[in-house]
Design a protein around this ligand. Structure first.
Ligand SMILES: Cc1ncc(COP(=O)(O)O)c(C=O)c1O
Length: 386
């Protein structure tokens, strides 16, 4: 076993199901292990590296900012933060006019849940079966999978889970105590399930009619992954809050909740030491500029179709269905996914599971067509069991 593996095994709390390789370097859509073996990265740090590893624009912005000012409490104004806030609101659905900055996806969900309860003075939150929103106690209460929840109770009360994409089931759960509905547009961890346009439209109308806040979790779908800057743009959705993280700052930990003007909290009622720190803000500003300048929305759409088309040319026996929106791809298998993920690893492609039977691909949106061809070829070889 390599020294680094041994050290992690010995000293980390070991909560992750590890693959046996030590990654030490990344560039674009490729990563290298300590022996110098190269892989095409369709994990991207779990959907973080949308603009590729080692993005020069982000490196330069961070280097400049690190020399100027790395940390600055939210009690002071700051130039890098101010510029990012303006940029974020500029790319958001038009009703979202303010942002709270934080450091991760779970933290953005926690904040949105608090904002919803405070704003409505109601307590209940309706979420979806198979939904995933993070591992902290509030976010975990919104997460459905019992495998993540077991042993951590009591969880936060007031959360209900209803089948995804079935409006009538959601409507039945609404009460006069409902503060918010919290949904993903594409359920990522839950198996890459894409909600329908009419479902979201009906949910939005119901929320408007009943004074319920609509929170959309775009932690995984945000920042061009699905072929739009935010997946809610596919359906012209105008949520009351939008939760963001992952790809936001090009690999630097960062999250945000974008809010409607009606979401207002008294000064001092929420905060975060690292939230909106200038280093992350500079990285996010550069990352978003890069996404826009390089047309990553279009790239994600075209490359998603390109790869899925390649796969669909073959009669792959283990494949039940391929679902995708942009470069968020789920290949539902008839059997367990893990052996295929290990075979892909041997073939030099890193891929993710999404549940027991779904193989998930989240490559950098900057991935080259030759790299997509190599991914397609490896997938066909591995899945073509005759
Ligand atoms: C949709 C969604 N929400 C929330 C989270 C939690 O984000 P984090 O791991 O940054 O806390 C994730 C993470 O995978 C996610 O996919």
């Amino acid at each position: 076993m390599s020294d680094y593996r041994q050290l992690e095994e010995r000293y980390s709390l070991n909560v992750y199901p590890k693959r046996s390789l030590v990654l030490v370097k990344g560039q674009g859509a490729r990563v290298w292990d300590e022996q110098g073996k190269e892989y095409i990265d369709c994990v991207s740090g779990n959907g973080v590296a949308n603009i590729g590893h080692g993005n020069e624009a982000v490196i330069q912005a961070m280097t400049r900012q690190a020399r100027r000012l790395m940390t600055c409490s939210g009690i002071f104004y700051n130039d890098a933060r101010a510029r990012l806030l303006e940029k974020l609101v500029g790319i958001a659905p038009k009703t979202l006019t303010r942002a709270f900055l934080c450091n991760s996806g779970a933290e953005s969900i926690e904040a949105a849940l608090k904002f919803a309860r405070f704003t409505t003075q109601k307590t209940e939150i309706i979420c979806a079966v198979r939904g995933f929103h993070g591992r902290t106690l509030g976010a975990l209460s919104a997460t459905h999978n019992p495998r993540y929840r077991q042993g951590f109770g009591p969880l936060v009360p007031g959360f209900h889970h209803v089948p995804f994409n079935r409006f009538e089931k959601l409507k039945e759960k609404v009460s006069d105590q409902t503060a918010a509905v919290l949904l993903e547009i594409v359920q990522g961890e839950g198996g890459v399930h894409i909600g329908g346009a009419s479902y979201f439209k009906q949910v939005q109308e119901l929320c408007r009619d009943r004074g319920i806040l609509l929170i959309i979790d775009e932690v995984q779908t945000g920042f061009c992954r699905t072929g739009k800057m935010f997946a809610c743009h596919h359906f012209d959705l105008q949520p009351d809050m939008l939760c963001l993280a992952k790809a936001m700052a090009g690999g630097v930990p960062m999250g945000a909740v974008l809010c409607r003007e009606t979401i207002r909290l008294p000064v001092g009622t929420h905060g975060s030491t690292f939230g909106g720190n200038p280093l992350a803000c500079a990285a996010a500003h550069a990352a978003i500029d890069f996404m826009i300048a390089h047309g990553l929305e279009k790239q994600a759409r075209e490359k998603g179709h390109y790869l899925v088309n390649q796969l669909q040319q073959h009669d792959l026996k283990p494949v039940r269905e391929i679902r995708h929106l942009g470069l968020m791809i789920g290949i539902e298998l008839r059997t367990r996914v893990k052996p295929y993920i290990l075979k892909l690893l041997d073939a030099g492609v890193l891929a993710l599971p999404a549940g027991r039977t779904v193989l998930r691909l989240l490559p950098p949106l900057t991935i080259a067509y030759e790299e997509l061809d190599a991914v397609g070829k490896a997938l066909v070889t591995v899945l073509d069991e005759k």
